[in-house]
Ligand binder design. Structure first.
Ligand SMILES: [Zn+2]
Length: 217
């Protein structure tokens, strides 16, 4: 008798599992998708790993806005959050921030891509001195998924976050507060890794096309 499997679906997706602690060891970005499903309709568990020495390491802070709920599970934390906490924050939520308390965190943040229609997101940069919003970058589900994607979809949140950080760092005006005149420090993109994810996605897409061309010839 033929045994039905969960993988017999029209989407071609199969159930996958991974150890989150092993995953963050090789993940190239904060919010890296743990599984290769980031297309419309996908449930997207993503992982993050942070640490602060409590001595003012500049981690960076931003506000992320999404139209869907994001479910956070703290797999292991010290500091203000507890190991095992599960929560859903507001659709617009602050992320990061420098801390005078040492802590580390490994989290899984589960996002979702809408089945259809526009999925509006934004990243905002606030003045380090007075908290006034200085710059907001809006993007949608097409960010990172336009043109030749060679079947490799990418998480728009990471591409949008990368564009946000590159813009902020390239233009001092986007870090200059209209309220108090303070010029905030550049965003520490290296801690977040979004550039690496975008860079490797673009290389991998070219590589898939080259590979498929090679085996077809
Ligand atoms: Zn200000």
């Amino acid at each position: 008798m033929m045994k039905a499997t969960v993988s017999d679906t029209s989407t071609g997706k199969v159930p996958l599992k991974i150890n989150v602690f092993q995953f963050v060891q090789t993940a190239n970005a904060q919010l890296a998708p743990m599984f290769p499903y980031t297309d419309p309709g996908a449930i997207v568990p993503c992982a993050a790993a942070f640490e602060s020495d409590g001595k003012g390491t500049h981690i960076g802070y931003f506000v992320h806005e999404n139209v869907v709920d994001e479910i956070v599970i703290n797999y292991a934390n010290t500091g203000r959050m507890r190991t095992g906490d599960v929560y859903v924050g507001p659709k617009e939520h602050g992320v990061g921030g420098d801390s005078d308390e040492a802590y580390f965190a490994v989290q899984v943040i589960t996002q979702r891509q809408l089945e259809e229609g526009e999925q509006s997101e934004a990243m905002a940069f606030n003045c380090e001195n007075c908290g006034t919003e200085v710059y907001r970058y809006r993007y949608d589900e097409t960010e990172g998924n336009v043109g030749e994607i060679a079947g490799l979809s990418a998480l728009p949140t990471i591409f949008g976050s990368n564009s946000f950080a590159l813009n902020v760092n390239a233009n001092e005006d986007l870090r200059t507060c209209k309220s108090c005149g303070h010029v905030s420090r550049p965003f520490p993109l290296h801690i977040w890794g979004w550039y690496d994810y975008a860079f490797r996605t673009n290389v991998a897409r070219k590589a898939v096309e080259e590979f498929e061309g090679a085996i077809a010839s």
